[in-house]
Design a protein around this ligand. Structure first.
Ligand code: 3PG
Length: 211
């Protein structure tokens, strides 16, 4: 049986970019996710910031072939349990509370917890995490900051999110301690509202070719 770190590493290595998205209804979630998968981005993080989020995770897991769906903004053990019940294959949190880490030890679905400082990262290294989200990447110091962590936090790999775009994603993807990046730019709100699925597939295809 593979470890959680191994499974998370495999998921995060499937594509250079993870779309990080929030949806108000399942139909939009399914259509957007189909467009992203068609463009070459199979890993999709659906954030738990809307009342429909859990239903959206379940719908995309069931209806979108090839999608590997994660739950984002998992702030509590209850949300962790609900996400797993809906079929999430990984979970992402902006930080790591003691409650969340304790709940994480009791299940088998990998967690990608967020950090913004060396002390936070060291705390999670001690808990044997190998993959961390760097959040909020741009406001916290950007690619230069993350680069400076590489020699002192050896063995850790990061997925930076927060403020990334097609313009700066490569600044991160070229760093040795970055496994992939996350962001909402591959499925802009306006394109989702207009049902511009071809446009989203094209943005996804461009993002899939980064790195
Ligand atoms: C988020 O906070 O929703 C993610 O980190 C994505 O951020 P972005 O919208 O700046 O890409």
């Amino acid at each position: 049986m593979k470890t959680k770190n191994e499974r998370l590493g495999e998921i995060l290595s499937l594509a250079p970019v993870i779309p990080v998205l929030q949806f108000d209804d399942t139909e939009t979630a399914v259509n957007t996710s189909r467009a992203l998968v068609a463009g070459g981005l199979p890993i999709i993080e659906i954030t738990l910031r809307t009342p429909a989020a859990l239903d959206c995770i379940r719908a995309v897991c069931k209806q979108v072939e090839g999608a590997v769906v994660g739950a984002g903004t998992v702030l509590t053990p209850a949300l962790m349990r609900d996400s797993i019940e809906m079929g999430a294959k990984f979970m992402v949190s902006p930080g790591a509370s003691l409650d969340l880490l304790e709940a994480n030890q009791k299940n088998d679905i990998p967690l990608l917890p967020g950090v913004a400082t060396p002390s936070e990262a060291m705390g999670l290294m001690a808990e044997e995490f190998e993959y961390l989200k760097f959040f909020p990447a741009e406001p916290a110091g950007g690619a230069d900051y993350l680069k400076a962590l590489a020699p002192v936090l050896q063995g850790l790999k990061f997925c930076p999110t927060g403020g990334l775009s097609a313009d700066n994603a490569m600044d991160y993807l070229t760093l040795d301690n970055v496994v992939c990046v996350g962001g909402s730019w591959v499925a802009p709100k306006a394109m989702i509202i207009n049902g511009d699925w071809d446009g989203i597939s094209e943005l996804a295809s461009n993002a899939a070719q980064l790195a």
